[in-house]
Design a protein around this ligand. Structure first.
Ligand SMILES: Cc1cc2nc3c(=O)[nH]c(=O)nc-3n(C[C@H](O)[C@H](O)[C@H](O)COP(=O)(O)O)c2cc1C
Length: 275
């Protein structure tokens, strides 16, 4: 039940909801208000484009009222600000030893959940280590596992770079992998979706940008992802990741112990314009 409702006092019958519906299930007969075509409700993508596009805020759907949405006019960041955020985002490898408040973690994840997903599936699962003691315990287990694999000669030559970090941990207990970050986020999604891995990576990209806008440091983590997903079979279960989920990626985050003063500069990207 999608609960599509039109406020006839506000609706001007402009037809924008009809034209923008990706599933083309909204109809409007002459002299009538928009409605869902009979028998077509199940095709609704639940994207809420009808609620978003209506210029007068006449459409409610899925129990959401347009009055509870943020108007876009006057509330969007300027392009230059967004560009500075994108170019000023850094991989943070030094963290303060403190937990983020649970409400802030909840807010970061909830904003990230607005990232687009294939056919609007929105099934990305956010697995969070929300306490630095938990993260440190998990780190110790992962690093112990990697030290064991190293001793068994089970770390492939192609990952010699990772093996170096494991050796540093083994010898000096210096953490070049988890970077003593207070929190870990792992994103996964059901393998049965049309684009589970893409959905995960887009969600994590969105999480990172929003987190950094809030002054929170983040670090994409290839080593932790590889360890959990490929090398240490018990770790998926340890994190409660369902067996039928595709592994997306792991990201460390927390209050940074470092402050970057400026953006970096990149040489122009490769653009191939098809003749
Ligand atoms: C998919 C991915 C995996 C990464 N894995 C690691 C990692 O395991 N450890 C690490 O220190 N940095 C990791 N990074 C961070 C990159 O090294 C970093 O993005 C790059 O050096 C550029 O720095 P910047 O992010 O500050 O621009 C990873 C980045 C990406 C996108």
């Amino acid at each position: 039940m999608i609960d599509f409702k039109v406020d006839s006092a506000r609706c001007t019958r402009c037809g924008q909801c009809v034209a923008d519906c990706p599933s083309r299930i909204i109809v409007m007969a002459t002299g009538e208000y928009p409605s869902i075509a009979p028998g077509r409700e199940s095709v609704c993508l639940r994207c809420e484009h009808c609620l978003a596009i209506c210029p007068t805020g006449a459409i409610s759907i899925l129990g959401f009222s347009p009055d509870d949405s943020t108007p876009l006019d006057g509330n969007l960041p300027a392009p230059g600000q967004l560009e500075t955020l994108i170019a000023g985002r850094r991989s943070v490898r030094r963290y303060r030893p403190e937990n983020l408040p649970p409400e802030l973690i909840g807010k970061l994840v909830s904003v990230a959940s607005f990232a687009p997903t294939g056919v609007n599936a929105r099934k990305v699962r956010f697995t969070v280590l929300d306490d630095r003691e938990k993260t440190a315990r998990f780190r110790d287990e992962v690093m112990d596992g990697l030290v064991r694999l190293l001793a068994e000669g089970a770390i492939p030559e192609s990952k010699a770079y990772y093996a170096r970090f494991v050796k540093v941990w083994e010898k000096h207990k210096v953490d070049l992998v988890f970077r003593d970050a207070p929190h870990l986020l792992v994103v996964t999604a059901p393998e049965s979706l049309s684009s589970p891995r893409e959905d995960c990576l887009i969600a994590l990209t969105t999480f990172e940008l929003y987190a950094q806008a809030c002054g929170i440091g983040t670090l994409w983590n290839g080593i932790v992802s590889w360890a959990i997903d490929r090398m240490l079979p018990g770790m998926r279960q340890r994190l409660g990741i369902p067996d039928d989920h595709a592994f997306g990626y792991a990201m460390l985050f927390g209050r940074p112990a470092v402050r970057y003063a400026r953006t970096v500069q990149h040489h122009p990207p490769e653009i191939y314009r098809v003749p």
